[in-house]
Ligand binder design. Structure first.
Ligand SMILES: *[C@@H]1O[C@H](CO)[C@@H](O)[C@H](O)[C@H]1NC(C)=O
Ligand SMILES: *[C@@H]1O[C@H](CO)[C@@H](O)[C@H](O)[C@H]1NC(C)=O
Ligand SMILES: *[C@@H]1O[C@H](CO)[C@@H](O)[C@H](O)[C@H]1NC(C)=O
Ligand SMILES: *[C@@H]1O[C@H](CO)[C@@H](O)[C@H](O)[C@H]1NC(C)=O
Length: 378
């Protein structure tokens, strides 16, 4: 594939994870990467001289977007951005994300740090999380913030899809770190993926065949992230991994009970899928399925209470809608100020596909709403 700006094509040559995974997902990955590469060739229309530099933060590559410094200007706001792509695709350097971050830097007059974490199959969980955390912690050091003229009291952590997963997990980890001097003021999560406990939430049932992100593809992204075996997909799909006889799952069951966390307009007539007997060995094989660093929706109340003011964008036509809605509700129950920005006519990924002709308006609409919230709250 010819795609000069996508630097990480290593998923065709998986060094660590199982090659077989790429045979199953390859079609989907190739199609998506083709789209990403195609959009890459369309350049942004912006003319503002944002200074874009690629640097390394504690061993992790990042792309920094700096608006021009003006004399006598106070310190700037900042957004740490973590791109999406199923922990396996895309890059801070693709035009899709490069443009988004540049537009954010311009419209917010903020320093944007876009993290180039390593992807599946080069690495699997928890390395993506570690990369995102390491780069963020490095940036949050007072001397580094000073170097970029960033106001330590006005920093947001943000990301979309799998990047929203990493952003939420990083925020939780930072909130538990007592040694941290500078803490994020906000988190902003765009159609985040937050749990692998229940693949039969109303939104998973309603959108299981939705193009861009059908349910089986999301399950396969999870399996790849955990370096698991594709044979597990069917058990996961019917919630056998969290059946009532899987005792490790019991503690977590009440934390994402969608019958109590979702409004009836989302529940519609969907019924919970809860197996009485399942496959307890799945959790033994992949304990990360219940590891909050991978599935932040499963965090305990005490952690949720510590989270910063939160924005969550969800789309109706998205298997992940209820992940975001449930997290918003749990955070709100824990006393966190939450804005849930739900779009009835949008689909997963719409925000970065702002140049997709048919969905231009959905993309621009969600992006504007997200940037507006940041502008008003950061
Ligand atoms: C761009 O940023 C880098 C790193 O902060 C800095 O060394 C360089 O002088 C900047 N260039 C411009 C044109 O501002
Ligand atoms: C889930 O919530 C419903 C409604 O509030 C409640 O009846 C049910 O017992 C809950 N289930 C669990 C496992 O907490
Ligand atoms: C789910 O678990 C039940 C009980 O162990 C088992 O009979 C069934 O085959 C499992 N289904 C799948 C798809 O693994
Ligand atoms: C966590 O918070 C929810 C909502 O406030 C509450 O219903 C639940 O009992 C709490 N769980 C624990 C273990 O405190």
């Amino acid at each position: 594939m010819i795609c000069s700006e996508v630097t990480n094509l290593s998923f065709f040559f998986p060094p660590k994870c199982h090659l077989i995974h790429y045979l199953r997902l390859s079609h989907h990955l190739i199609v998506l990467n083709y789209l990403i590469c195609t959009f890459d060739k369309l350049k942004s229309v912006s003319s503002e001289p944002i200074n874009i530099t690629d640097v390394v933060f504690d061993g992790v590559e990042v792309r920094v977007f700096e608006p021009p410094a003006k004399q006598d200007e106070p310190l700037k706001r900042s957004v740490v951005y973590i791109h999406g792509g199923g922990w396996a695709l895309a890059s801070a350097r693709t035009s899709l994300y490069n443009n988004l971050c540049r537009i954010m830097a311009e419209s917010l007059n903020a320093v944007v740090v876009s993290i180039e974490y390593r992807l599946v199959p080069e690495v699997c969980f928890p390395e993506q999380f570690h990369d995102a955390l390491r780069a963020t912690k490095h940036f949050l050091q007072p001397d580094v913030l000073a170097e970029y003229s960033v106001d330590p009291n006005r920093i947001a952590i943000s990301g979309d899809s799998a990047g929203g997963n990493l952003a939420a997990a990083v925020c939780q980890q930072l909130s538990k770190d007592e040694l941290l001097i500078v803490r994020p003021k906000l988190q902003a999560l765009i159609y985040p993926v937050l749990q692998a406990f229940d693949f039969n939430t109303p939104s998973y049932q309603q959108n299981m065949n939705m193009p861009v992100l059908p349910r089986y593809v999301m399950i396969n992204y999870w399996i790849d992230y955990f370096n698991g075996n594709y044979d597990l997909a069917h058990s996961l799909l019917i919630n056998n991994h969290t059946a009532l006889d899987v005792h490790q799952a019991l503690t977590f069951r009440g934390r994402l009970n969608w019958t109590s966390l979702l409004p009836s307009s989302f529940k519609k007539n969907y019924k919970p899928v809860v197996q009485t007997t399942g496959n307890a060995e799945i959790i033994q094989e992949i304990p990360a399925l219940l590891d909050v660093r991978a599935v932040p929706l499963l965090a305990e109340n005490e952690t949720l209470q510590l989270q910063p003011k939160t924005y969550i964008l969800t789309c109706e036509n998205d298997v992940l809608r209820d992940d975001g809605v449930m997290y918003a509700k749990r955070l709100e129950n824990a006393g966190v100020e939450v804005t849930l920005d739900h779009f009835d006519d949008c689909f997963h990924g719409c925000m970065i596909f702002t140049i997709w002709p048919t969905d231009f308006s959905a993309g621009v609409q969600t992006r504007n709403s997200y940037i507006k919230w940041l502008d008003e709250n950061l």
